[in-house]
Design a protein around this ligand. Sequence first.
Ligand code: PEP
Ligand code: MN
Length: 627
Amino acid sequence: MSETIRDDDATTPVTSPSAGYQGQPGSFSARAAARCGRPVPYPSFDRLLRALVAGEVDEAVIPAATRVAGPVLEPLEALARTLSAEALRLVVADEIEIPVRLVLAAPRGVELSDVREVWSQPPALRQCARLLSRLDAVPLETHDTAEAAHRVAALGGPRAAVCAEEAALESGLVILEEDVSDVRPNATRFFRLVLGNGAEVLPTIRVLRFAGARLAAALSESGAEILALPGTPESPVNGFALLSAAALPKATGLKARAGETLLWLGPTPDHVPPPRLKDLPRATEVRPPTVVAVGPFVVGGGHRAVIAGPCAVETPDQVMRLAKEVARAGATALRGGVFKPRTSPYAFQGHGLEALAWLKAAGDAVGLPIVTEVMAPSQVGPVAEVADVLQIGARNCQNYDLLREAGKTGRPVLLKRGFGTTVEEWLAAAEYVLEGGSRDVMLCERGIRTFEKSTRGTLDLGGLLVARGLTHLPLLADPSHAAGRRELVPGLARAAWGAGADGLMIEVHDVPESALCDGPQALLPEDLETLLDEFGFLPGPSGSVERVRRAIDRIDTEIGRSVSRRLSLCRAVAEIKRGSGRPIRDEAREATVRARFEEALGTDAPSASVLADALITLGLKAEGWKG
Ligand code: PEP
Ligand code: MN
């Protein structure tokens, strides 16, 4: 705890409080802690906060945000964890801003042009994007900038660290370049946390993640005190911390206890970024990706999904059979049309609401949500009572009454792009659904009409990518309707998957030649299974062990090929080393190889070390090392 020291200029001893921080001496956190008292290092934020709670230190200093990279989530989340575990009263006693001047430092003898690896903490690496691209070096992550300096010094070789000048000098590194951050001047804002003694009414702190911009505005109106933190262009919803929420408006549904302090990571009310297209404020709002989730079907924000099933629900038995097939293949939602928009009024029009009950029974039997099309406002109510997702088809993409009506139901809506609809018109259609009240809108590219006649439509992946830059909504692709022919579906599906579509919609039939609708484009169930295997979908619980084994076999083949390629690269390196008289064995390099496996395998440290050992031994053998 506190330590009595003598201040040379003072006649009475002064007490220096201890200030804990996460990291190593020489880090920016250490510098911030030194401003508050005697700095005491801790290996993790959780450990640091526990030390504060236990009274091991008088204060804890944690980074909250940097000017360039925005909020530093790891300590804020550790704070939230500690608070919920301990129901504690912690106070942000003060804020400290520390100017951050990052330097690039390397072991003596290493020139700027030699540098192949740059080590640092992730936010610091993000701040030096320009430097990294100029050097063409591989970024490697450490917990803090001082650790990066220590590791680079310990490993030696063509490596450099992005760190504070003090840390560089302390580790014996030489500074290659000063002030390497993309934005200058940069600064990190630290919170000085103390423990309330209970006598005062001290607020507790709770962290809320990514609430919406509207909540921010409501909170600020309610008199909450808001501390703005900057965002970045690539991560505009970067956040702010909200301190002392006096009252939370009813609309938020959150109950504030008296004197509670909230720390909120969301957009600032006065920095709400404007939508990407002014006229489409909801569809093009700058916000984290919308994730639509219905049971096992989760799509958007990195979650990828496949909707599969017949074009039309034909009989109870047909849809039940196909439901089992698509669930076994690993699809996460079941599709089937009950109202069919057909070019000819004489073609099969769908079995209507009766078939919806068959679709529902099939979905329930295999545990998949159901997706079906509505064609008219009058169908929306009855269909929404049963279906999990309402589909609006290409022909109705600009049927504004239908869009609004679907938006009112609260059900997720899958909106196909019209054959002659521009990306902007398609987003405007989504705006209608959002304006109607829905938040869960998914867009689906299904082929547009071009001069090309050999395919049913032209799958516009360029348009999908343009939409990606404009909207937060999930984007799916339907290769079946774009192709019109079964044999083209897997290729288009791969192209869409490779382009980053959040999901696919694929038509499947087990007897396509007698399908009542779109038989020629339906994949056979086994083709769907092969395709989903390729995309890494696991078979549903009714899938076979053999199929999982096939996936394992494919991975083994990949590993075998990769190892063989790695060994030939080792031989190539050995030849170069021999030519230039460099020793074959390089222990620093081995440490890097190990670090890379640890990084890739995360918590599975034993696997990382077994793999690294095996590959290093094999590599040395390939290089002809006789140690
Ligand atoms: C369908 O999905 O069955 C359908 C009719 O699609 P689209 O509206 O894209 O033609
Ligand atoms: Mn169809």
